[in-house]
Design a protein around this ligand. Structure first.
Ligand code: AMP
Length: 210
């Protein structure tokens, strides 16, 4: 079965096939709005709560863009997805796995509260997509276990919760370590001042979807 509605948005066949296996018949409103903009390379400010389908709205275009890019040399982190909590990071990792199952990209999730050994090992074997909570990522960056100099796609998910949990400074430090030329996305359910400022500093001419 082909997934014609996702393909109408520009999503490629191997991803549509994975979506059919997930029984996704129609894109949600945020997916319909965001996917074409993101495939075209735009930055995005998404005002969206969990349950709207926002994860697929950013994961699908990133998977497609990475799969289409020629890679020279060793595998390097090209997409960085930051999440405020372990649970959310793990959920995003699970979605990346499901939607990307036919693409041959590699991802890993790094988060605090567990030993760093297996995470360092996973990073060392090469990943295309890194999903992380900010504290542990900064630790590993400080120890030079992570290189972010090839990141071309950045997602900050649940930015208002990052703020509530006191992670905004960590996030700013991480963003400062990334190449300036990249596609950046910020999702937040609410838009307090500090999040609006971060969006302003982090995004370039963003499209806005609500
Ligand atoms: P999210 O808002 O990203 O946390 O997604 C909420 C839930 O909706 C998750 O369980 C997704 O697997 C599911 N979902 C996302 N997009 C679709 C879709 N187009 N059709 C059916 N289910 C979806």
């Amino acid at each position: 079965m082909t997934n014609s509605l996702f393909s109408d948005l520009g999503i490629a066949e191997p991803i549509c096939r994975a979506l059919s296996a997930e029984n996704y018949a129609t894109p949600t409103p945020i997916q319909s709005q965001a996917i074409p903009l993101l495939l075209a390379g735009r930055d995005l400010l998404g005002i969206a709560q969990t349950g709207t389908g926002k994860t697929a709205a950013f994961v699908l275009p990133i998977l497609q863009r990475l799969a289409a890019e020629p890679v020279q040399g060793a595998r390097a982190i090209r997409a960085l997805i930051l999440a405020p909590t372990r649970e959310l990071a793990l959920q995003i990792g699970e979605r990346v796995q499901a939607y990307g199952r036919h693409l041959g990209l590699r991802h890993t999730v790094i988060l605090g509260g567990v030993g760093q050994g297996p995470q360092v090992k996973a990073l060392g074997s090469g990943v295309d997509i890194l999903i992380a909570t900010p504290g542990r990522l900064l630790d590993l960056l400080g120890q030079r276990h992570v290189r972010l100099d090839k990141v071309s796609h950045l997602v900050l998910d649940e930015a208002d919760r990052m703020l509530d949990m006191g992670f905004i400074r960590d996030v700013r430090r991480i963003v400062a370590a990334l190449p300036k030329t990249r596609q950046s996305l910020l999702f937040s359910a609410t838009m307090p001042n500090d999040v609006a400022k971060l969006a302003h500093d982090m995004l370039r001419d963003p499209a806005r979807v609500e």
